[in-house]
Structure formats: C-alpha cells, structure tokens
Design a binder for this molecule. Structure first.
Ligand code: GLN
Length: 468
C-alpha cells in the first residue's frame, strides 16, 4: 500500500520500510495498471526513477534532504517545466518543449519533490469535465464511465488513482475544487496572487491561480508554504509575508460561517449535494460555530460575468499561438494570412475556438462597453458584496458543483449546461478569494463534498479549520 500523505511517506522512508525507488516504482505500476483512465499526457518515468535513486543515495550517506524528499507530484499540462513538453492539452502546442520552469514548481523542486509526469486537462484549461482535451477524456477512477471534472481532471485522477501523492492544478473558475470534489480529494485554490503565475500557461490572467489537490490538507499546507510569495516574474504576486501554513493547526476556535439559503433551495442543485452541504452546516452548528444565512444579490450575474471576462482575456492571451512562434503550423498553409488561419483552425479545438470568438466579440469596438465594460462593473459588485460578507464572517460554505460527475459524452453538445455548472466555483475566482473543496465521502459510489471560501489572504484560517 502506498502512503497517502507526506507524513506517512516520511515515516516509510525514515524507518527504512521503503526506499524512494520502491515508492516511484509503485506509482509507475499504478500508472501502467490504469492506462485506461488516460491520466497522463507524458510520464517522466526514467527521470523520476533516477531522481529517486539520487535521493536514496543521499539519504543513506546521511545528507540532509529537502522538505519534499520522496514526495511524488504530477503537474497539469499547463505548467512549464524546463526541458519538458507542455501542451495545455492542445494540438497547437504539440511537440513544444518548455525553455523554463514555473516559479511554483521550481520552489517545490528545490525541496526535492519528484515529478512523475504531466497530466491531461481540458484544452487551455477551458472546461469542467476534462472532455475538451486533444488527448481525449480522462476518466474518473470511481466510475470510468464518468468524468473526473475539469479542467484539472488528470490532476485529480492522478492522486485519486494512487499514481502520485500531490497534484498541481490551475484554477481560473473552479478547475481545482470541482475535479478534486468529483474525485474525493481536497482541492485548494489560494488568493489571486498568492502563488506566482510565472510559467503557468495563461487562460484568464486576472483569474488564474495554481492550486493543489491531495488526500491530506496538511500536504496542501506545506506545498503552499513552499511555493507562495513574491516573484519578480509576476507583478500580481505581492511581497506579502508567507505564514507557516504547515504548522500544527490552532484548533478549538469558534468560527462564523455564512451560507446562502438561495443556493440551498435551488432547483438546480442535486439533492445529494444539498444534503452534503446541509449536513456540514448542521455539524458546524452543533460544534458551536455560528452558522448564519446571508443574502447575495448577484447569483444571476456570476456565470455571464465570468464568461464575458475570461473569454475576453483568453482571446488576447491565445493570440500568441499563431503558427509562427510555437508548436503546430499547418502543412497546408501557403502565405502569412493562410498560416495564421489554418494553423489556428486546425490547432485549436472547438471549445477554444468558441471562446476566442466570444472573447473577440465582447471586446469589439461596438460592443466593448455593453459586454466587457458591463462585466467588469458586475465583477466589482460581486467582489465587494462577497468581501463585505467575509468582513463579518470567517467563511462562506457552499456546494462545489450543482451536480455529481456526469457520464463521459453526456454533456459535450451543450456548452451552456457546462458553463452553468460552474456557478458555485467561479465566484471565488471573480473575487480573487481563497477557497477549498472538502471531501466528505461517497454517495452511490461517487465522491461528494462541499466548499469553503474565505477573505483575501486568509489561507491559514481555511487550512487550520479543515485540518482541526
Ligand atoms: N469550467 C471553467 C471554465 O471552463 C473553469 C475552468 C478553470 O478553472 N480552468 O472556464
């Protein structure tokens, strides 16, 4: 049995019950045995084994290893790792090799984390089911007929299926929390700017954050502590002190928890998931926390605001993929214009093209103010009201997703149904708030959970609360 936390990994290695090479071999066997889940775009098997051997040798020579020695991680295929491929799940970046390493990953590597491979995801992180990947869908290990969530679906299944200990994902609108919840894991998205975005392929730059998926929230706390903080390569990562997130949690404090009755009463919310959120609220109340119903006025505007702003940002961010500088170039192209058009038409999948078109439309001169400007104003209202609530309460508790993992293929022809399913997660990204998905078990053999959000920079409170 492979360990399911950093603490258990350390124990196994320190006691000599296992070597790092045993551990990596175990994960590689799990990958091999579960190829049908389509979790990895690429496995760095030889490299991971070589690094494990180096660590074992160093350990037996009595050398001091980093805080993540023996910790095997996966990286979502949107995170750059020097000398390794990165494709954002897209044909347009097929064969592209990253010239540098993302700051977040660099910091984890400096503490001796071992990267086992890069995981499948929705193309350019656009999706909620991992069905928009050029490499085909990833499948949920709890039921391979179902999606693992998205866009960090491969990341979630990499941990769920026991192929690594911790996964790096990214969240623009829920891509860490929702797949974590669909796969029975903790999924944590920090405050916007807490972790540098340098080396994370951009989707919606004012939303994007790297996040972590794991079985044990203590592991997330340590990964965050190591990777957070200022970075000269990302001006949105401020020079704000990084607290010792991984220290033993302060427990016993009574918290104020807000919830939205409108959400709990919503017809669109699956009854099982309503019950999960309701049970969590009841339990917290019984434990002596103050649980209060609050009003949020803008639910109807959340999804439209998110999709206007993120598609606008994406249309600009993705303009650099033009067949000239990176990856795929159409072999049919004859002149410059033709190269742009054909490379982009052949290189991008349907969903990405749809979003580029929508983004270009909302930014076009005649419509800019009606859509983009209006959405920016709506974002401000949404953010201000949430922050006002969080000035009075420690956390907001919500479901993660309105539905349980759906069947692969069931929703692919209905983009709007997919967009609407993001309603409970995108609000944290619109407001830049830290948020975590907490697993609570299974219903009908499918993982379920709920979500907690806190005010900006209150990661420590969130992590302490879910750990105590
Ligand atoms: N499902 C959302 C979208 O498609 C969120 C994706 C994400 O967080 N990367 O945009």
């Amino acid at each position: 049995m492979l360990p399911k936390s950093i603490a258990a990994t350390r124990e196994a290695l320190d006691s000599g019950k296992m070597t790092t090479v045993d551990l990596v071999r175990g994960y590689l066997r799990a990958i091999e045995a579960q190829r049908h889940l389509n979790v990895y775009v690429e496995v760095f098997d030889e490299e991971a084994l070589a690094e494990a051997a180096r660590q074992d040798e160093a350990r037996s020579a009595g050398a001091q290893l980093g805080r993540l020695a023996g910790v095997v991680i996966s990286i979502k295929d949107v995170i750059c790792y020097a000398g390794h491929g990165v494709s954002a799940g897209s044909r347009i970046l097929e064969g592209f090799v990253s010239p540098y390493t993302a700051t977040c990953l660099e910091r984890l590597l400096a503490e001796d984390a071992i990267v086992i491979g890069r995981t499948n995801c929705d193309e350019f992180a656009m999706g909620s089911g991992n069905e928009n990947s050029h490499y085909g869908p990833t499948r949920n290990a709890a039921d391979p007929a179902r999606v693992p969530g998205g866009s960090s679906g491969g990341a979630a299944v990499s941990v769920q299926a026991g192929t690594c200990l911790l996964a790096l994902g990214s969240s623009t609108g829920g891509s860490v929390r929702q797949p974590a919840s669909f796969c029975g894991l903790y999924g944590f998205k920090p405050t916007y700017g807490r972790i540098s975005r340098h080396g994370l392929i951009a989707y919606g730059s004012s939303f994007d954050q790297i996040g972590f998926l794991a079985h044990d929230p203590a592991d997330i706390a340590l990964a965050l502590e190591i990777s957070a903080g200022a970075d000269p390569y990302d001006g949105t990562a401020p020079n704000k002190i990084v607290p010792p997130y991984s220290r033993p949690p302060a427990s016993g404090e009574k918290k104020k928890i807000a919830y939205f009755p409108e959400v709990m009463a919503s017809d669109g919310l699956a009854p099982h998931l309503r019950a999960v959120a309701q049970n969590a609220l009841d339990e917290f109340r019984n434990e002596g926390h103050e649980v209060t119903a609050v009003t949020f006025d803008y639910f109807d505007y959340v999804v439209p605001t998110y999709y206007v702003l993120t598609t606008a940002e994406a249309s600009s961010n993705l303009s650099r993929f033009d067949g000239m500088r990176y990856g795929y170039r159409s072999p049919e192209a004859r002149d410059l214009q033709d190269t742009y058009t054909k490379s982009r038409s052949e290189g991008f999948g349907t969903e990405v093209q749809r979003r580029i078109l929508l983004g270009t439309f909302v930014l076009s001169s005649g419509y800019y103010d009606a859509y983009y400007g209006q959405a920016q104003r709506a974002r401000r209202l949404i953010r201000d009201q949430l922050r006002n609530i969080l000035a009075e309460h420690d956390f907001i508790l919500m479901p993660v997703s309105p539905s349980l993992p759906w069947l692969v293929g069931e929703q692919v022809d209905d983009p709007v149904a997919n967009y609407l399913a993001d309603i409970y997660t995108v609000i944290a990204n619109l407001a830049g708030l830290p948020a975590v998905a907490v697993p609570t078990g299974e219903i009908d053999q499918l993982p379920v959970g709920y979500q907690l959000m806190a005010d900006h920079w209150r990661e420590q409170d969130l992590l302490d609360f879910i750990r105590s």
